[in-house]
Design a protein around this ligand. Structure first.
Ligand code: ATR
Length: 293
């Protein structure tokens, strides 16, 4: 006799996963909306994860998230990719549709939601600078181009990687220009001065001892009518060295917590087809962060 599962099961795959805050956000949302579901941290090493991917068809999961370092491997394992996941070659959310697994990337819209709703910044027609050229930077660059930014500058310690990202995205977006740079030099200083938004998408800032992703001297003083927005994808600590330096010069700043909440809320909405209780998810995240710290 076949019995129907009473509880839905979701989870997040990654390695390591010790400090993941996704379970607390998602389970708070399930509870708030009276949905019978679990969200599990699924910490798996490469070998175990690869084996699980092979038997994805028979997985008891109803949907799942993927974090570092598996976003790229999952993009190759699912049945269908959404356009953003396909362009980025990275998936952070997977859901079922007609017995197939669909991979999408809610980091893109998670970033855009926070940029527009939390910071009130519309990238259309603007010059923007992204520091970093890894997975997070690619999602941000894609999002800014999707919103028709005028020019997206990508500055990275390894300029070759920035050039590869710029070349790839150029082929996908005709209304946005892409330029690659290194992470120091006069051209970068001038680019900072000419951009209205500067996003730190490097991993610098996670540790207290980390240096700034760009020289402090590149951040000029804000003019009354011309404040820039400095956005850091790092959410813990909330006041990163990058944001502190920008605030000292009088600019507006935004940390990465909003993006984390929105990317989770968007995944939750895809799975449940209900409106996510974003404020409750944010509160749960704040409490978990306070406890962790
Ligand atoms: P994520 O998935 O979070 O984007 P990632 O793909 O490993 O992580 O990318 C990390 C980014 O931070 C890269 O742009 C990396 O620069 P390199 O491409 O030169 O490695 C950048 N980064 C990491 N440590 C850095 C450091 N000490 N100085 C400057 N950039 C750094």
């Amino acid at each position: 006799m076949k019995t129907e599962k009473t509880y839905k099961i979701y989870g997040v795959f990654g390695y390591p996963l010790k400090h993941t805050l996704s379970p607390v956000m998602h389970e708070t949302a399930f509870k708030k909306k009276g949905i019978k579901a679990f969200y599990l941290p699924l910490e798996q090493n490469k070998k175990l994860f690869q084996a699980n991917l092979k038997s994805l068809k028979h997985s008891p999961l109803d949907g799942f998230n993927i974090t570092v370092p598996y976003k790229e491997v999952v993009a190759k394992a699912v049945d269908i990719l959404t356009p953003e996941a396909k362009t980025l070659g990275a998936v952070n959310t997977v859901y079922r549709k007609n017995n197939k697994w669909v991979g999408t990337n809610t980091d893109v819209d998670g970033f855009l939601c926070s940029l527009k709703k939390d910071a009130g910044f519309n990238p259309k027609g603007k010059k923007v600078l992204i520091l970093g050229a890894g997975g997070a930077a690619r999602a941000v660059a894609y999002g800014l181009a999707k919103e028709k930014a005028k020019t997206v500058f990508i500055a990275n310690r390894t300029p070759k990687k920035a050039r590869a990202v710029a070349e790839h995205l150029k082929k996908c977006f005709k209304t946005t220009g892409f330029m690659a740079l290194g992470n120091s030099g006069e051209d970068l200083k001038e680019t900072v001065a000419s951009c209205e938004l500067v996003v730190n998408a490097t991993s610098l800032g996670l540790k207290k001892t980390d240096s700034l992703p760009i020289s402090k001297s590149y951040i000029g003083k804000a003019k009354a009518q011309n404040k820039k927005l400095f956005f850091d994808l790092v959410y813990n600590p909330e006041k990163t060295v990058f944001l502190k330096a920008a605030r000292e010069k009088g600019h507006r700043t935004m940390g990465g917590k909003g993006m984390l909440v929105y990317q989770g809320a968007l995944a939750w909405e895809i799975w449940t087809k209900k409106k996510a209780p974003v404020l409750d998810m944010r509160r749960a995240l704040d409490e978990a962060l306070a406890e962790n710290n």
